[in-house]
Design a protein around this ligand. Structure first.
Ligand code: PEP
Ligand code: MG
Length: 323
């Protein structure tokens, strides 16, 4: 089984009908970069930066962050999408206490981009370090938990002003560092056509998108049984996000767990997804599914499935796509 998968390691992920699909890795530590490439990933679709803030009482400064980003960006062959700080809710750190009181509803509170916009110094420090490291590779910056165009624009303004400041200081930066939005709040998925006019790419975060769409806490075991990536509302939000990206001509990646679960690969291809970012260990399995897939056929089936208003029929159409 493993030996069979090894045979396709160096094969490009192209569908039967000739469409090139991008398979990227999710990583958490700079050291993970080399492993990701060894597993057949074409680059990094999600580098989570929270680890820099973990197991310590203070916050990492610009130089420390710059060193970490420079290292990881240099180590990755191909593109690397780095997510700005996503603290709060399920991602707590020791130094978090100094960033304000624990909210009543952490998942709905001051987390991720909200916290960064509330604490401009925290955000600016990270953004400066990222931009300074941009010259070592193909970096993109991704903003987590975006819920509106205004919020995206506000974050973009901080990034633009940091860029201008760095250039005044004489720093060498990459010419272009695309900034994109994670689509993980239902409002962002519904407003995707508007967001696509300001964001250079989308990345669908299904872990949170499912949590918020179905109103189930992703870390509460009591409601775990309701966590359903195949819920019709979730599928519609995913499809609309992909469609909005395609119409605007911007890339759409999925970096939530769903993207690395081979049970959903054919369905996601049918919904039009062409970039998948996942744990490196899943890349080869997903690649095998891509190599076997006929996108035209899957697309027709997915459209029929989405149009069905009958839940049993929809489920059987989904099952048929998966085969
Ligand atoms: C997600 O929400 O799907 C995601 C990729 O981010 P995280 O799991 O880190 O919240
Ligand atoms: Mg998330």
């Amino acid at each position: 089984e493993r030996a069979q998968l090894d045979l396709i390691r160096d094969q490009p992920p192209v569908s039967r009908d000739g469409v090139k699909i991008r398979l990227l890795a999710n990583i958490e530590l700079p050291e993970d970069a080399a492993h990701a490439a060894g597993m057949g990933a074409e680059g990094v679709g999600l580098y989570r930066t929270e680890f820099l803030y973990m197991n310590r009482k203070d916050l990492p400064g610009e130089e420390e962050q710059y060193d970490a980003y420079a290292k990881v960006v240099s180590a990755v062959q191909g593109p690397i999408t780095i997510r700005t700080l996503d603290l709060g809710a399920d991602k707590q750190v020791d130094s978090g206490a100094r960033l304000g009181p624990t909210p009543n509803n952490p998942a709905l509170g001051l987390r991720a981009i909200r916290l960064c916009l509330k604490e401009p110094e925290l955000f600016r420090t990270q953004v400066r370090a990222l931009l300074r490291a941009s010259r070592f590779g193909q970096m993109k910056i991704m903003l987590p938990m975006i819920s509106s165009v205004g919020e995206f624009r506000q974050a973009l303004a901080v990034i633009e002003s940091a860029r201008a400041q760095l250039l005044r200081e004489g720093q060498v930066l990459a010419d272009d560092v695309p900034v994109g939005a994670m689509i993980e709040v239902p409002a962002a998925a519904l407003a995707a056509p508007m967001l696509a006019r300001v964001a250079r790419f989308f990345s669908i975060g299904t872990n949170d998108l499912i949590q918020y769409t179905l109103a189930i806490d992703r870390v509460d075991d009591e409601v775990n049984y309701l966590y359903d990536p195949l819920h019709p509302a979730v599928l519609q939000l995913i499809q609309r996000t992909i469609e909005a990206g395609v119409r605007a001509g911007i890339p759409v990646t999925m970096c939530g767990e769903m993207a690395g679960d081979v049970r959903y690969t054919r369905l996601l291809l049918g919904l039009g997804l062409q970039e998948f970012s996942m744990h490196p260990a899943n890349v080869l399995e997903v690649k095998r599914a891509v190599l076997d897939a006929d996108l035209r056929e899957l697309h027709a089936k997915a459209l029929r499935m989405l149009a069905s208003a009958d839940v049993e029929e929809q489920q059987s159409l989904i099952a048929a796509i998966g085969r």
